[in-house]
Design a protein around this ligand. Structure first.
Ligand SMILES: *Cc1c(COP(=O)(O)O)cnc(C)c1O
Length: 235
């Protein structure tokens, strides 16, 4: 039997409370004083459940497919939408007016295009540069050395949209590897930031359902959570 609206809402409340407790505990352990924002990843979640979530709080919503994001923005226009998945060059124009943040700017070419269209369309979402810290074949993003190499060129674009970095840890049980990946992202930020005082790399978007606590311990300011947040909410 499908869940009633009340049951969905109760389950969501429970999930949110549990996640918030774990966020608080991780922040305490790490003496992290920055705030940590939870981005609710809605890519597998039916719209009515997303609507219930928004009744419970002012969550930013993350989608990984541009097309689904644009569709859902039409259905829930007041929410803040974040694109967290790969963006093809030919989708930049259509997605820009609908997003408040793009976590997944994964190449210089894409960045230039996003900056150019942002100026043309006069909509300037915040941008995070995605870094492939673990250098996995299957993942997108700048390699660490590559980003450090092209940083001056990035700064010379003169955009104020870039506000941090994003990464994804390898899909593994190896906690050390996961932690090393998140540390790696923070280190890249700490190399780039002093080179460009005009840039404000305040955000590190890292950590998902299985690894968000490690990410917070390593300095995450944005965590992207889907399955844990919507656990048991749509049967
Ligand atoms: C799906 C997705 C998430 C959320 O993953 P969960 O494990 O369900 O929390 C986070 N980031 C990106 C880029 C994703 O595609």
């Amino acid at each position: 039997m499908p869940l009633t609206v009340i049951q969905i809402r109760e389950q969501l409340t429970l999930n949110i409370d549990q996640i918030n407790l774990r966020i608080q505990a991780a922040m305490t352990r790490s003496k992290q004083t920055e705030s940590v924002q939870l981005v609710a990843v809605t890519k597998y979640t039916p719209l009515p459940v997303v609507q219930q979530l928004l009744e419970l709080g002012d969550f930013a919503l993350g989608e990984n497919r541009p097309q689904q994001l644009v569709e859902r923005k039409g259905q829930l226009p007041n929410a803040q939408w974040h694109l967290i998945g790969q963006l093809q060059s030919n989708k930049v124009r259509s997605v820009l007016p609908h997003v408040s943040m793009i976590h997944s700017v994964d190449s210089l070419k894409l960045l230039k295009r996003v900056v150019q269209f942002s100026r043309e369309l006069e909509c300037c979402p915040d941008l995070l540069l995605q870094v492939n810290i673990a250098e996995e074949q299957t993942k997108a993003g700048f390699r660490k050395e590559e980003l450090i190499e092209v940083w001056d060129e990035i700064c010379s674009l003169g955009t104020r949209q870039i506000c941090g970095l994003m990464t994804m840890a390898p899909f593994t049980d190896d906690q050390h590897l996961i932690r090393a990946t998140f540390q790696g992202l923070r280190e890249v930020r700490d190399v780039l930031q002093p080179r460009s005082p005009d840039m404000h790399l305040e955000h590190l978007s890292m950590g998902m359902s299985n690894d968000f606590e490690i990410a917070i311990e390593e300095g995450a300011t944005l965590i992207r959570i889907g399955s844990l947040l919507f656990k048991d909410c749509d049967q």
